[in-house]
Ligand binder design. Structure first.
Ligand code: NAD
Ligand code: IPM
Ligand code: MN
Length: 356
């Protein structure tokens, strides 16, 4: 039987709560199916590690991760550390340097989760593709004359032909693989006249290789309106690192809750291991209360199983999770009264029922 080694980086806040829930569920599934083996290795990176060592990740972090088939990540961010320190210390120190350039964020309502819009009675089924290695996240910029009256700060967005082309191809391929074969390329090429114009040009060029994909362009501000007003007109969306960061939180809320939204940080070349994580953060307001919704991390774990080659297990896991939601075993963010453990137990019971 195939066997996989997975790095587990629970991180901060509710990260450990949802990652522990996901590991329990995946281990239970592997045991039940008996068709593959999976081992999770705990990696303690996060704010506690930072306070002990002065670093968010080890010096050899990238090589450490390269030993694994994939990674599962919780969240990072603590109330007493500035967010730009924690996020650049951990998550952004991995995504860019490991060239996990495709951040894939599926958005779907399923029974139990509900779109708050009455325009979307049939629910939502979107695939968001986020460029994950450049743009405003290139880490370029700085401050001069700090503290002085004429202080200035720059946040330089870098867009490269290579970077745009690879995510554009990935997005067209993603759209092509879905039944509706629709792609919307999101930019802001009216006010941003360099990088965003290059995005538009590359989209037009790449589209020629995908004649069966119907595509359109949309400015990001107008796209927020379309997501709310005409959700059924959307299928696959591609956009920059920053634009899709924002649109993916909106999409998550439209699909019912940020607590169900999964995310895959993929290296489509498969040179480096990919990293799977919920879209949400460390959620200080509910940390330690035992009520974090684990569904986003379950779904992320299912995407991980799919990526490493266990498609059947991934589908079975999602069926179990959907059954639990349909049975109204829901955490408070979805209007339910269950806690995290209650959802885990219910998924356990569904796993037990598999081909029994
Ligand atoms: P957040 O996603 O942590 O929380 C936003 C709101 O959603 C909160 O009310 C929270 O309780 C709720 N929520 C989030 N996940 C939930 C879940 N699984 N179940 C139920 N409710 C959930 O965003 P924020 O408040 O802007 O950020 C908090 C910290 O997390 C900050 O330090 C931020 O920088 C960091 N952050 C980290 C990541 C990451 O590591 N991937 C992502 C986003 C934010
Ligand atoms: C996300 C998060 C991250 C991002 C933060 C935590 C760096 O908001 O994954 O959506 O901005 O990419
Ligand atoms: Mn975000």
């Amino acid at each position: 039987t195939p066997s996989y080694n997975i790095a587990s980086i629970p991180g901060d806040g509710i990260g450990p709560e949802v990652v522990s829930a996901a590991i329990q569920v995946v281990e239970k599934l592997a045991k039940k199916l008996g068709t593959f083996q999976i081992e999770f290795t705990h990696i303690p990176w996060g704010t506690t590690y930072y306070k002990q060592t002065g670093r968010y990740i080890s010096e050899d972090a990238l090589d450490t991760l390269r030993k694994f088939d994939a990674g599962i990540f919780g969240a990072v961010g603590a109330p007493d550390v500035p967010d730009h320190i924690s996020l650049w210390g951990l998550l952004l120190a991995i995504r860019g340097p490991l060239q996990l350039y495709a951040n894939v964020r599926p958005v779907r309502t399923f029974p139990g989760t509900k779109c708050p819009l009455n325009t979307a009675t049939e629910g939502i089924d979107w695939m968001l593709v986020r460029e994950n290695s450049e743009g405003e996240y290139a880490g370029q910029g700085g401050r001069s004359h700090v503290g002085q009256q004429w202080e200035a700060a720059t946040e330089v967005a870098i867009f490269t032909r290579v970077g745009i082309e690879r995510i554009m191809r990935f997005a067209f391929e993603t759209a092509q693989s879905r039944p509706r074969k629709l792609l919307t390329v999101v930019t802001k090429s009216n006010s941003m006249r360099h990088g965003m114009v290059l995005w538009d040009e590359i989209a037009t060029a790449v589209a020629k290789d995908f004649p069966d994909v119907t595509w359109d362009k949309m400015l990001v501000d107008a796209m927020t309106v379309r997501m709310v007003a005409k959700p059924q007109s959307i299928d696959t969306i591609v956009g920059t690192n920053l634009h899709m960061d924002i649109l993916s939180d909106l999409a998550a809320a439209l699909a019912g809750s940020i607590g169900v939204a999964p995310s895959s940080n993929l290296d489509p070349t498969r040179k480096n291991p990919s990293l799977f994580e919920p879209v949400h953060g460390s959620a200080f307001d509910i940390t330690g209360k035992g009520i974090a919704n684990p569904v986003a991390t379950f779904w992320s774990a299912a995407e991980m199983l799919k990526w490493i080659g266990e498609k059947d297990a991934a589908e079975k896991l999602m069926t179990c999770v959907e059954n639990v939601c349909a049975a109204d075993v829901l955490t408070p963010d979805l209007g339910g009264t269950s806690n995290t453990q209650g959802v885990v137990d219910a998924v356990f019971a569904e796993i037990e029922k598999i081909n029994a």
